[in-house]
Structure formats: C-alpha cells, structure tokens
Ligand binder design. Structure first.
Ligand SMILES: [Zn+2]
Length: 567
C-alpha cells in the first residue's frame, strides 16, 4: 500500500536525548518505540509483545492511513493478531477504522488528528500459525524473534524520522537481552524513512551468539537449542564473512547479522534483509548445510543488483564454494563437488537453450526454469573467467569485473546496469565477451567453460549422468500431489508407485534435482493405507561435461591452484 502523507509540524518539542541518540538536527521528528516481550511460553510456542509508540508532532486528516501491519505470510494458517490497539493525540483517544487492504492490515483515522501521537497494542505470537518463512515472528526457547513488518503495526508517515527503540525485558528470564539488525539493546537510528522498520529483524530473550565477543561486522544470534553444533558453523561463517569482505575490497567490514530459529515448517529457509539474514533450522539441519547456504547467501550481500537472476544468482552459485575454498575453509574436493553438481544440473536441463526472458515468467511454476538461472549463470561466470584469465595471461579474472560492479554501487552510490557490465566485458574481452553475454541471454550459446576455467588444478572431462526424471506427471517438475501419467519402466514405477497414489514429499525435489545420486522419499497414501517409499528420480543417461582434479593437485599448496586470486 502507498503510505498517506502525514505532515510533521515544522517545530518539534526538543526531547531530552536518550543515550546513544544521534546528532541530527533537533527538528528531525522522533518515533520512539517501547517493546516489552511478555507471556513467552516455549512449551506452547506462544508469546506477546506489548508495543508502545510515541511520535512527535503529527497532523493528519480523517481517513488517513495511520498504521499498517502484514498479518500473514506464505502458508500461514491464521494471521498474527494485533490486539488492544489504542491511539491518542493532543485531544484524546482517536477512533480508528481497521480494514484489510491488499493483504495488509490498515488502521485509518476516524477524525482529524494533531499533536503528539501515542499508541499502544499487543502483538500475539503463536508458532502453530505455521508459515514457511523464517522471518515470521516465532517463539524459540526462552525468546522471540521476527521481522518488523509482521511483528509491528508500523506508522505510515512520509518524511524522515529518527527512530528510538527501547526494550523492557523485565518479563523475560534472567540473563535476557535484545538485539536487532542494527544493534544490541536500545538504540536510536539517525534520520531516515520509518519504512526501515519493515525489514528490521528483532530478537529478545536468552540469546546465544557466535562468535563470542567482537568479530568484525559478523554476528549470529539465536534463542533456541539447536540439535547440532551451531556455534562451530557460525564461527566458520564469521571467518568466511571476513574473507568475503576482503575479497570484495570493502574499505571497512560492513555489519552482518544472522538471526537463527527453529523452523519446523520449512527448515533451511532463509530470508535476506538489509545487512541481515533470518534462517530456519530443522531436525535434519547440519553444520555443513548451514555453511553451504551461507556461502551462497553472503555473496548476495555484495553482488545483489537489478541485473537479473543470471547475474545475482549466477555469481552467488559461482562463488558459493569457490570463496570458502580460497579462504581455506573447505577442501579442494568439496569445491570440485560443487562445480560438478552445478554443471550436471545445467547440462542435463531439458530447457538448457531457453532464453533468459523465459526464466522469470516460469520461475515459480516450473522448477526447470527456476534452477536454470542459477546453473547457467554460474557456468557463464566460469566461462568468462576462463576467457579473461587466458586473454590476460593470468593477470586478470572475472573477480576484477565483479569487484568493479560492487564498487559502482559502493563508491559511486549508483545501481549498476547491464550496460555497465557489458562495457566491462567489452573492455576485457572485446566482442568475444559481448558475444558470450548475448549467447547466454538468448539461450543460443551453451556455456562451456575452458578446461582450466576453474583454475589450473582442474580439467574438463566427459562423463555420463542420468537426466532428472520423476517418472510420472508432466515435465514441469512441480510437486504433484497425485501420481498421474506414470511411465512404465521408470524408477518410480519400479519402486511400486501407481497412478492415483496420493503423495507427501519428505524431501525437497530441488535437492534431488541437484544431486544425481540422491533418492527421493515420499509418503504414499493408497486405499486408506499410508506407507513410505524412496526411489532415484533419474531417467536415461546422457554425456555431459564434468571437471576432475589434475593428478597431484589435492596435495599441492592451495594458492598454486588459484588463478587470478589476489590474496
Ligand atoms: Zn541466491
């Protein structure tokens, strides 16, 4: 929804500054938010947050949208409740009209309002509401966490505000503390839009963190009791983050916080916000899985831009294991495995030659297009790397071009464009660079990196891999709920599936698409009986490109394998 304009009065009473208050001009209006988590019940997964807000001089007409709240998210069974909402101004209580508008819960003024606005309400958290996103407000152990847009009813005021957040933790267990994307405990943000709250992550309770103590800009925080060594995984991530920051040539390491919680509905889900990441853990989560996800996600912190998934996901896949390997955080064999999983899914894709413009319209309905942007993008970056290293005699690499794109945003404050990227390619490789780019975008050119495109310790070979094939349904690879068009002779048929069987997937089809040896486990319901079966969702073999270690490479010193790496 579009926020209506409330006009802050030109002159604002000077409030006594709280500790840590910013040095903005005193005329910048102030929004103060008091947060009191209460009734937190880890057993039932319920809790409340009492919210109080004070906004210095406001004037708004009758009917103006004063507050907005996002009550639901994907696959939530009921909305997040905001109760006991009261709002008053200089002349007393203001009647409010509440309505759902475009999926948002909106409160409009029942009369003209002016002066200092005070409001209070209670947000009710209930884990049983479900939802797949790890940013949905949730009770995990002795604590709560959630994203601003769902945790708060947020004032819809235009213009810049300072925002002061004050916590009351007196109803939480001893040792409780609070943290957000921005800071630990109470803090005040300098002048800026109130909409900053929408994507702010909040956490309060008995918080565990890693690394312990100060470690550059990185911090991971959680309140629950994970079933694996989360601390070791987060210490690993902190080291990776320090390396990434140097790799992308930051003048100073930027802040980055990971908020972790149980997510029984969709473990592994991550929601990226500004300088932060909300991530869900499940029974099957392991330190290795966390590292794999974060190796990818942290790349987005630097390279996210508007160019499209071929760029943002392509480079994130290209770097997801390459940078941890370069940092000495994973062995060379693990990097090689990552290269080959990406290459295998790309070369066996049934839509390998689809133009990039077909990706977005099919992204959520056809998994083949969804993964194509990731896989083809990564092979495109590898192909360019091979060419640049070759042309420059080893002096330059794709890293130099990606860093140049990062610098456009960071140093010049501009959003880099596809034209900027093409200019970099032309400068580096002449027309050949532009041809590779256009061939990738049109789908007309297969991305086949040079044999040594991943470095001198790897070389390209041909191998046989079986194409992904569920064995039933159409080609879209959607999660079918009922078996139809079962193909005789398929692995699904051999495992005993029949047309008409109702299916419940225990694993993700995405995972089995990427791993050629991974079986898919399904719960089958047939004639009132439910049983579990698993099968390898693979069909006919085909010849594809893979990479192998050049003999002797695994024992060579790592930096002899890293071409174009400057550290
Ligand atoms: Zn990504």
């Amino acid at each position: 929804m579009k926020p209506l304009t409330l006009i802050p009065a030109a002159f604002v009473a000077i409030l006594s500054p709280a500790p840590g208050i910013s040095a903005d001009a005193p005329s910048t209006p102030l929004l103060t938010i008091a947060l009191k988590p209460t009734q937190v019940d880890p057993v039932n997964g319920t809790g409340d947050v009492n919210v109080g807000m004070t906004i210095s001089n406001v004037s708004a007409g009758k009917g103006a949208a004063l507050l907005a709240h996002q009550p639901g998210g994907p696959r939530m069974t009921r909305p997040i409740g905001i109760d006991d909402l009261h709002l008053s101004d200089g002349t007393g209580l203001v009647p409010l009209d509440r309505a759902i508008e475009d999926g948002m819960e909106v409160w409009r003024a029942g009369r003209d309002i002016s002066g200092e606005v005070r409001l209070s309400y209670r947000t009710r958290i209930d884990n049983s509401a479900g939802g797949i996103l790890s940013s949905i407000p949730y009770v995990d152990g002795p604590g709560i966490s959630g994203i601003g847009s769902m945790l708060l009813a947020i004032p819809q005021l235009d213009g810049d505000y300072r925002i002061a957040v004050r916590w009351d933790l007196s109803d939480l267990p001893a040792g409780a503390r609070a943290a957000t994307t921005y800071a630990d405990g109470d803090f005040t943000l300098p002048a800026g839009p109130i909409a900053r709250l929408d994507r702010t992550l909040f956490m309060a309770g008995v918080i565990d963190e890693a690394p312990r103590g100060q470690s550059g800009g990185f911090k991971a925080l959680w309140t629950g009791s994970p079933q694996f060594d989360l601390r070791a995984a987060m210490d690993w991530s902190a080291k990776a983050y320090h390396f990434y920051s140097r790799f992308f040539a930051d003048p100073a390491e930027p802040r980055y916080r990971i908020f972790l919680r149980e997510n029984p509905y969709n473990p592994g889900n991550g929601t990226a916000t500004i300088h932060a990441f909300a991530m869900g853990l499940g029974k099957a989560t392991t330190a290795k899985k966390m590292e794999t996800i974060l190796g990818h996600e942290m790349t987005h912190t630097w390279t996210a831009n508007e160019l499209g998934k071929w760029y943002t996901e392509g480079d994130a896949v290209y770097y997801q294991a390459r940078l941890p390997w370069q940092a000495g955080l994973i062995p060379i064999e693990e990097y090689l495995t990552d290269i080959n999983l990406t290459a295998a899914r790309y070369y066996t894709s049934e839509v390998i030659d689809a133009p990039d413009k077909d990706v977005v319209p099919n992204f959520w309905t056809d998994l083949r297009y969804n993964v194509l942007s990731y896989d083809r993008g990564a092979m495109y970056f590898a192909m360019l790397n091979g060419e640049i290293v070759h042309e420059s005699g080893g002096a330059r690499s794709i890293d130099d071009l990606v860093r140049a794109m990062v610098a456009i945003k960071r140093d010049e404050g501009n959003e880099p464009t596809e034209q900027d990227w093409i200019a970099l390619l032309r400068n580096e490789l002449g027309d050949k660079g532009v041809r590779i780019h256009e061939g990738m975008i049109s789908g007309a050119m297969r991305m086949v990196p040079r044999s040594d495109a991943f470095g001198p310790c790897f070389h390209r070979v041909e191998a046989s891999v079986r194409r992904y094939d569920l064995g039933f349904g159409g080609p879209q690879l959607k999660r079918l709920k009922v078996v139809e068009n079962l193909r005789p002779g398929s692995e699904a048929a051999k495992a005993g599936l029949r047309n008409g069987d109702r299916l419940d997937y225990a694993d993700s089809t995405e995972g089995t698409m990427r791993h050629p040896d991974l079986k898919l486990t399904v719960r089958v319901t047939r004639e009132g009986r439910t049983f579990e079966t698993s099968f390898l969702p693979r069909g006919a073999p085909m010849r594809i490109y893979q990479w192998e270690l050049v003999p002797g490479s695994a024992t060579r010193k790592g930096n002899r394998c890293r071409v174009g790496e400057q550290h």
